[in-house]
Design a protein around this ligand. Structure first.
Ligand SMILES: C[S@@+](CC[C@H](N)C(=O)[O-])C[C@H]1O[C@@H](n2cnc3c(N)ncnc32)[C@H](O)[C@@H]1O
Length: 445
């Protein structure tokens, strides 16, 4: 199954086929709630290596990467930063090959982990935009710092580094970045530079902003590029036609041009430092009694199901800033699929992979819950779930998820049947109105 690799990034609203129930092909139409009972889930979950799934996923608007940190944080994480570049290489190659020109990348890691991988990303055409620091606050290290032995400031942060796809136009004169290309095409047309102002209907802003070679350059909006293109093709030397063409056949349109740039939605007051406590409360999944990572030795009922579970709020900020409803989001290192869960809740279309069987089962459950609006309430201190949403935790608070996981654990010991496990897990163990859902999550095998 080979999905279309087009630059269009909105998939809801398109006709879904039966194929879209499994990994690959065009995903489901917008159907976050499954009232009809037949609608395919608005996500793809691949239980296995992301490398085997990328080729079947639609072009992403955003990739949220939360993979190896070099801290033994999950089975398969590297022990230090030395192996990180090799670990990421095949993934970065795939992201680079399969992304669209407007795809953004959100790369979570430690400072040094990111610094180690950054050259690799840059080499593969990912341009740095900014670093977001997740400041978890002192609570993160409370009780864990020995002032007599520590030889540095205690670390309470992670970074999420925001990248955009490098925009290059390849033509007879070789690849060019967008600033050079804008001017190059105008000069190629043989027109005087100041006639660009006439083309755009401005006094001098076109030459000053769009055709300059210095740092005062601005990315021209589609409307202006379309005007420049129309003017150059109407008045420029016939021998060089077409000017401002991305395919060598026709000049670029305003719409086509705007689709090359990543989306951005500003939130007033939100900076690149995100202060948010790590998960300890209702949102944190616990109690699988399993060693979630090599560095966990005696897991108990209060131990985290996954050491790296990210707050949904952080994922929502990314989604809100750089994507729209219906956009495809990749979360190749799913863990408990926090990015994908937030994406389903925000009406995006996530494609998530998780290769660890147990994590993938929890991820599947969370996704199914998100689809059915049995939402996991956020931790206090993080922004709450959408108001009015009949979330599961509004019914029974903290113990529901924990209880279901405990029951699930027991069930898995008693019988290995996945479907039975899922069914009983769904039925829940808490005393307060468990919702019984008999329809297991439709996920790709
Ligand atoms: C840092 S954790 C992600 C945690 C996640 N952000 C969350 O909130 O739950 C990384 C996860 O990626 C998974 N993983 C590592 N390599 C993978 C691969 N090649 N394909 C799919 N999953 C992978 C690991 O099993 C681990 O659960």
């Amino acid at each position: 199954m080979t999905p279309d690799r087009v630059s269009s990034r909105t998939y809801f609203g398109q006709q879904a086929t039966l194929d879209s129930l499994v990994v690959g092909s065009t995903p489901a139409p917008r159907a976050p709630r499954r009232e009809a009972g037949l609608a395919p889930p608005p996500y793809l979950l691949h239980r296995g290596d992301a490398l085997d799934a990328y080729g079947d996923w639609p072009v992403p608007a955003a990739i949220i990467s939360d993979g190896a940190y070099g801290v033994r944080g999950f089975p398969g994480d590297t022990v230090g930063t030395e192996g990180l570049a090799d670990w990421y290489l095949p993934h970065i190659e795939a992201w680079s090959r399969l992304s669209g020109p407007a795809t953004t990348l959100w790369f979570w890691n430690t400072e040094v982990g990111w610094a180690t991988v950054h050259p690799l990303l840059a080499r593969h055409g990912w341009d740095y935009v900014q670093t977001i620091t997740w400041d978890k606050g002192v609570r993160h290290i409370a009780g864990n710092v020995n002032g007599r032995t520590i030889r540095r400031f205690p670390v309470v942060s992670e970074v999420c580094v925001f990248y955009q796809r490098r925009f290059e136009v390849s033509g007879p004169d070789g690849p060019m970045d967008v600033q050079r290309w804008m001017r190059h095409e105008w000069l190629r047309s043989g027109l005087a530079l100041n006639r660009a102002n006439e083309a755009c209907g401005v006094a001098n802003a076109a030459t000053r902003k769009y055709l300059t070679t210095d740092w005062l350059w601005y990315w021209p909006p589609g409307e202006m590029v379309e005007r420049l293109a129309a003017y150059a093709n109407a008045h420029g030397a016939k021998s060089g036609w077409p000017y401002y063409s991305l395919d060598g056949r026709a000049p670029v349109t305003a719409k086509g041009w705007d689709a090359l740039r990543f989306k951005w939605r500003h939130t007033h007051g939100l900076t690149n430092v995100w202060r948010l406590a790590p998960l300890h409360g209702v949102e944190r999944l616990k109690g699988t009694m399993r060693r979630a990572a090599p560095r966990v030795y005696n897991p108990g009922s209060l131990s985290a199901a996954h050491l790296n579970q990210k707050p949904l709020e952080l994922m929502r900020r990314i989604l809100h800033a750089a994507t729209d409803e219906g956009d495809v989001i990749w979360e190749p290192f799913g863990g408990l699929a926090s990015g994908a869960v937030a994406a389903v809740q925000a009406r995006r279309f996530p494609c998530v992979a998780e290769r660890d069987h147990d994590f993938a089962e929890i991820a599947a459950q969370r996704l199914a819950d998100a689809v059915a609006d049995r939402d996991c309430r956020d931790d206090p201190g993080t922004q709450g779930a959408d108001e009015g949403m009949p979330g599961i935790n509004e019914l029974c608070d903290k113990h529901h998820y924990d209880g279901r996981l405990a029951k699930y654990r027991m069930t898995r010991r008693l019988c290995s049947g996945f479907v039975i496990g899922i069914f009983i897990k769904r039925a829940g163990t808490c005393k307060c109105q468990p919702k019984v859902v008999t329809q297991p999550a439709r996920v790709a095998a």
